[in-house]
Design a binder for this molecule. Sequence first.
Ligand code: NAP
Length: 491
Amino acid sequence: MSQLPFPESFNLVFFGGTGDLVTRKLLPAMYQCHKNGQLVESGRLYCLGRQNYTRDEYLAIVEDKARQFVPKADWDDDVWTAFSERLSYDKIDAERPDEYELLKQRLADSPAEVTVFFLSVAPSLFAVICTNLARQGLNGPNCRVVLEKPLGHDLASSNAITAEVGKHYQERQVYRIDHYLGKESVQNLMALRFGNALFEPLWRRMWISNVQITIAEDVGIGSRGGFYDGTGALRDMVQNHLLQLLCFVAMEPPASLDSDAIRNEKLKVLECLVPFTEEDVHAKTVRGQYRAGVSGGHPVAGYLEEKNIPADSKTETFVAIKAEIANWRWAGVPFYLFTGKRLPTRLAEIVIHFHDVPHHIFPLPSSGSRAPSKLVIRLQPDEYIRLYLNAKAPGNSMELQPVSLDLDFAGKFKTRRAEGYERLLLDTIRGNQALFVRQDELELAWRWVEPVLNTWASDPSGPKPYAAGTWGPSASSALLSRDGFGWHDEG
Ligand code: NAP
């Protein structure tokens, strides 16, 4: 995370240049970096795909997409024209070794201090692309590869990708993206914890009763039925994003912002995750699947009626898990992980619930329950940190009511807040791996979820149904209420 110097020149190559991720997210992110003056003038972007486009045709397509996805306030025709000078397009089938000669030639024509290959393609192509790049000598010390999720389907397939990529690129050349880690609020969580003396002494089992980490989506699976049905929410969200967020909450203070200092601390958290037995899976996890319901005021279909979904699919679109960390700091503190599709709203947040006071001198509030302090770190759609404390309600009684101290980043810092991919793309060019997942972290995350995957696969009962537009199966609330807790609701 430390600020390494930016190279004097770079080549950034996008495999999957015609795909959704590159056109909707990555090129708009690079446009923003260009607009902010964060790219050196000699930086070049090479986009690759199998379509037979001329450069002009390709530029017209990506400009059209960028106009849709760059916020209006940030769009500038002249800036886009200047940015597009950096872009080229070539038709290359990643599976045909001979076609890489063209790429090699292109890169040789504008040699750069750093070359980054961003593999925005299906993971089944990772090995073949790395092999073909290496055949052309495009794996030297100044080359890096960026891998998008999904990084495997299970431990074995993930290890197979690692082994194949590792034949040609060393770990320090491999950047595994988890785009949640590019979010300012995740970095702000580090600032909050390790840049203030206030919270760190409280950040432990003596003061914290439970932690809730939620990534909720209001959308269904859209047109991704074929992909999603083979994946499910556990692989799509828990194994990567939710576990990474858990690591940032639970890790010990790193000695510095050095990439490995941070990743070593995250690894220790993963090592301390209590593994699931088969009984634990039944007791500590809930899987759900949405049925027809109402979303955004409109009736929507259930998962089994979606396109490309088998009528008897048991794929989960919702997961709630009680995770536990067996170390001195966190023993006995449940970390509830929660994610799902077709929930009432789109949000991602971390909520730290503090213990109640040891002795009550104030009357029970008229609501009938007390509200111990809690800290909410909202990651999306808006970004803020909100500390709920008890204050005396105005009037003659000594009744307490929760009030919040708000740190709204958009209001506090007038400068534009960068998208996660901007930060992460700049880091790949700069060579900063702090916000990328190391191979050993990836492996431990898969090891932890694998018993859940296996138990679910052999359990004929399948996921519990929930109506679209609700917060998932009622069993997920029971997961907390059994421990005497409830889900946080910002209201
Ligand atoms: P996509 O829209 O289906 O695009 C796939 C890209 O791969 C296309 O550009 C396609 O090129 C290219 N491709 C396929 N086979 C190829 C081959 N043999 N040689 C060269 N190029 C080939 O997929 P996407 O949504 O952009 O996602 C790309 C990767 O990122 C996937 O692994 C996905 O899971 C992951 N991801 C995507 C998102 C997202 O928001 N989209 C988010 C997280 C992760 P042609 O069409 O020109 O053939």
